[in-house]
Design a protein around this ligand. Structure first.
Ligand code: GSN
Length: 223
């Protein structure tokens, strides 16, 4: 039997959260190893586990994978969540990259100076640049690409829930996305992931922020 998938990251969302979402939707069980001290991180570096000295790192199928997008693509490919052909795949990747760009803006807020000013910019970008794309595509489609669930749908679900946490009611003018969320919530694996007690992580708090700073010896803010 293949070893259980192991996630190496902080006990928080960050870049690992999309991987947690995707594995959960794919029905893959995983264990988490949380970085809580700089010593643990230095040990991973010494052991040669982190190719570019960065996490997330995921142990799967006898490999130690790094780079979030590479990891997501591997899981999507393996569990048939990456389209039927290269044209579907490139579309899934375009949607996914856009969603990851948007989620990254939110992800770095706890490490930014003046996050309130940044929130306004994120909200207008979300409403004017990103959400209209998905709203239009979902007008006539149940899923974003190829008539079936893919990585792009999973990321859209994650991203829109994140947006609603920050900007209550942001989907009021995006009815198709709201209906999509409703449909996605009925997927049994997603429904379980959304229940309390699942592997889904809460919004970042001070403990998470302090741990990340200590592990990486971070004194700077992100621009
Ligand atoms: O997407 C990826 O996995 C990489 N392109 C970036 C991963 C990354 O930036 N990891 C951070 C922690 S998670 N937060 O953003 C990291 O390991 N930083 C330490 C460092 O020295 O860069």
């Amino acid at each position: 039997m293949a070893d259980k998938v192991k996630l190496h990251y902080f006990n928080g969302r960050g870049k690992m959260e999309s991987i947690r979402w995707l594995l959960s939707v794919a029905g893959v069980e995983f264990d988490e190893f949380h970085l809580t001290t700089r010593e643990q991180y230095l040990k991973m570096l010494n052991d040669g586990d982190l190719m570019f000295q960065q996490v997330p790192m995921v142990e799967i199928d006898g490999m130690k994978l790094i780079q979030t997008k590479a990891i997501l693509n591997y899981i999507a490919e393996k569990y048939h969540l990456h389209g039927n052909d290269i044209k579907e795949r490139v579309n899934i990747n375009m949607y996914s990259e856009g969603l990851m760009d948007l989620m990254e803006m939110i992800m770095i807020l706890p490490f930014s100076e003046d996050p309130k000013a940044k929130l306004d910019n994120i909200e207008s970008k979300a409403k004017e640049r990103y959400l209209p794309v998905f709203e239009k595509q979902l007008m006539e489609h149940v899923y974003l690409v190829g008539g079936r669930l893919s990585l792009a749908d999973v990321l859209l679900m994650e991203c829109t829930l994140m947006l609603e946490e920050k900007f209550v009611g942001i989907l009021a003018d995006f009815r198709n996305i709201k209906s999509f969320q409703g449909r996605m919530s009925k997927n049994p694996a997603i429904s379980r992931f959304l229940q309390p007690g699942s592997k889904r992580k809460p919004q970042p708090d001070d403990v998470y922020r302090k741990t990340v700073r200590e592990v990486f010896n971070l004194n700077i803010s992100f621009p």
